[in-house]
Design a protein. Sequence first.
Length: 343
Amino acid sequence: MDNKLRIDLRSDTLTLPTQAMKEAMLNAGLGDDVFGEDPTVKILEEKLAGMFGMEAGLFCPSGTMTNQIAIKLHTRPQTEIICHKSSHIYLYEGGGIMSNSLASVKLLEGKFGKIDAEAIRQVINPDDDHLPETTMVSLENTMNKGGGSVYTLEEVRPIRQLCKETELKLHLDGARIFNALISTGERPFDWGKMFDTISVCLSKGLGCPVGSVLLGSQADIKKARKIRKALGGGMRQAGLLAAAGIYALDHNVFRLEDDHERAKAIAAILQQTPFVKEILPVTTNIVIARLEQISPESFLEELTERNIWAVKFGKDQIRMVTHMDFTDQHLEAFESRLKLWKK
């Protein structure tokens, strides 16, 4: 068996810039973005804001930063956020909700990582000195821990209406929002109507080396710039990075469907592999397999012997994520290396 070709499915953040993206970066107009003078950063921020029909954008180094800025915008000490118990903002952002915003969190259950309006309504705190004031709701699309599950506009509209009625801010962690939009066929502009702020990550499925953009109102983004500065996120000639985002938006969105199809193919292959009990429904580019009679560590060791790389994703789960550097050649090699490891 020829295992020379490395198959790395640990994350869609592993992609390397293409030559064309590098050329766009090298040719970018530059200025000092902390002074608001980088022309390429401005183009990226305006481009994304226009796509989602929102007033303004703020380019940041990471999706964690854009999420944490949004949380700080919409909370204050002794207030509370509502989100799913498996949300990235809660599990994977280094305790930032507490350390950055001194806010509390109300965690909800929900199938495949999604929550609905009725569940949210039940946990909005009344005006009571004993309880933190509920000020915001955060959704994640696609939902990483839900196997790349997708919210639709139909599901979000009742949540938006509830937030309006109760004067709660609604934030979207759009870590893989373009994967979701390709899956549903919905428009970014319609999603912009649903949320007060949206974090759009560029360094996952879109293949950029770094960067996320926070979208919101002019007033919120003005405040967000000050928060970004305090978090150390003010970058200088950041147009080099922003140019990659512009290129990705122009060239790498519609190809996400290829990642989704390859993820489905991976799921079908894994289903025939020993010790795989079940696979969460594959909607986008994330494959989560639940194991039996073997630990994730041992299963991953079997894979690495075949030069296939994935990650542990819970006490009995592993995760694989397709991306633009995982091609049909890699898929064929993946199937070839696992075909003799049958149930």
